[in-house]
Write a new protein. Structure first.
Length: 379
């Protein structure tokens, strides 16, 4: 039986070069970075070299990169600290953000009594910019949190436009860039954004490590207490090998960005055309079929299958060796519809199966052909 991995938005296969450099560090650089002897100093030097390297990709200072366990922790650190330390009284977000944002905002609403405003969405899931500007016209201290690339439908936010709008209204701006770091170049020297979050396993790096970009002199403080690691933002012994893996994966992603983006975009375009040829009534959720308004790494399709077949589709795909998802992997055990699709689809379309297929450099057009064959048989 053939096997196809089309769930790269959930996690990606690690590059061999990343695994090799991590293994070397685990074997030869085991000192605690906080120790003052040569073993510790060596590990500390490796971490700071990685921090400087990562910062260079975004044209920011190394001191503005804070290593975390991943995107969720980075989002929590930023959102909680802005409310607790900077006096944010209102958070503006959308109802199609990752749950790392939505659940944190809900908790902050309960704990601190902040107000939460949800910006209106267009029918395709894009932000209503006029409504956002109306919400920003406020006397309250505000934070806007909107993701750069939606992890389920692939919509791409004009991050520079939103950042400048927030700056105009003196609001803080945070973006969950988990689906875009490593896939898009972000010049944070030119974009007036205050905070971003990233995760290594989305761009062929290891799980369990990511970073927060925190603009210098922001005034926010740490949320994990103990030692003085990460300049007090995040106590705990640093995972040296994971940080090295993050740095290497990011370096390789940007070195090969143009070639790999063109290749993956070709896979996506081929998938879209192949689907339309066998299922003319297929619908593409959000703007994922628009190659200008969405990421090149995924599509989310509403398939024209009867309701009784909908519940069995993903199970059947799995039996055929095809890995994909109906939404975020973080909610894969839920029987509820995707919260993202619930916001943009009508009741009839919600009854049909919607599936996210997401791509990487390791996929081929033969993978697409196999999936198309299985879908045709299922239909």
């Amino acid at each position: 039986m053939a096997t196809v991995y089309f769930d790269n938005a959930a996690t990606t296969q690690m590059r061999d070069a990343v695994i090799d450099c991590m293994a070397e560090v685990m074997k030869n650089n085991f000192g605690n970075p906080s120790s003052t002897h040569s073993y510790g100093r060596q590990s500390k030097a490796i971490i700071e070299s990685c921090r400087k390297s990562i910062a260079s990709h975004f044209k920011v200072s190394a001191s503005e990169i804070v290593f975390t366990s991943g995107g969720t922790e980075a989002d929590n650190l930023i959102l909680r600290s802005t409310v607790r330390d900077l006096g944010v009284k209102e958070i503006i977000t959308s109802k199609i953000e990752h749950h790392a944002i939505l659940h944190t905002v809900e908790a902050l609403e309960q704990e601190y009594g902040i107000s939460v405003q949800y910006v209106n969405l267009e029918s395709d899931g894009h932000i209503d910019h006029e409504h956002l500007e109306q919400l920003l016209n406020s006397d309250k201290k505000q934070l806007v949190s909107l993701m750069h690339i939606n992890n389920e439908i692939g919509n791409k936010l004009d991050i520079s436009k939103i950042a400048n709008l927030c700056k105009h209204y003196d609001a803080l701006f945070h973006s969950d860039t988990v689906q875009s770091v490593g896939h898009y170049q972000l010049d944070l020297d030119a974009i007036p954004i205050n905070f971003i979050a990233a995760s290594a396993h989305k761009f062929h790096g290891p799980k369990g490590v990511g970073f927060a970009f925190i603009r210098k002199n922001s005034g926010i403080k740490g949320s994990i207490f103990g030692g003085e690691q990460e300049r007090g933002y995040r106590a705990g012994t640093e995972s040296v090998h994971n940080i090295v893996g993050l740095d290497k994966a990011l370096q390789l992603s940007y070195e090969n960005l143009k070639t790999e983006r063109e290749y993956v975009l070709g896979i996506k375009d081929y998938f879209i055309k192949s689907l339309k040829s066998i299922l003319p009534e297929v619908r593409f959720n959000g703007s994922c079929s628009n190659l200008e308004k969405s990421t090149y790494t995924l599509i989310n399709v509403c398939l024209p299958f009867a309701e009784e077949k909908a519940a069995m589709l993903q199970f059947q795909l799995d039996l055929k060796g095809i890995a994909c998802s109906k939404g975020s992997a973080c909610q894969s055990g839920s029987s509820q519809n995707s919260h993202v699709l619930t916001e943009i689809l009508n009741e009839d379309d919600l009854k049909k199966p919607s599936v996210r297929f997401s791509f990487s450099k390791y996929n081929t057009k033969e993978d697409v052909d196999y999936v198309i064959k299985v879908l045709k048989e299922f239909a």
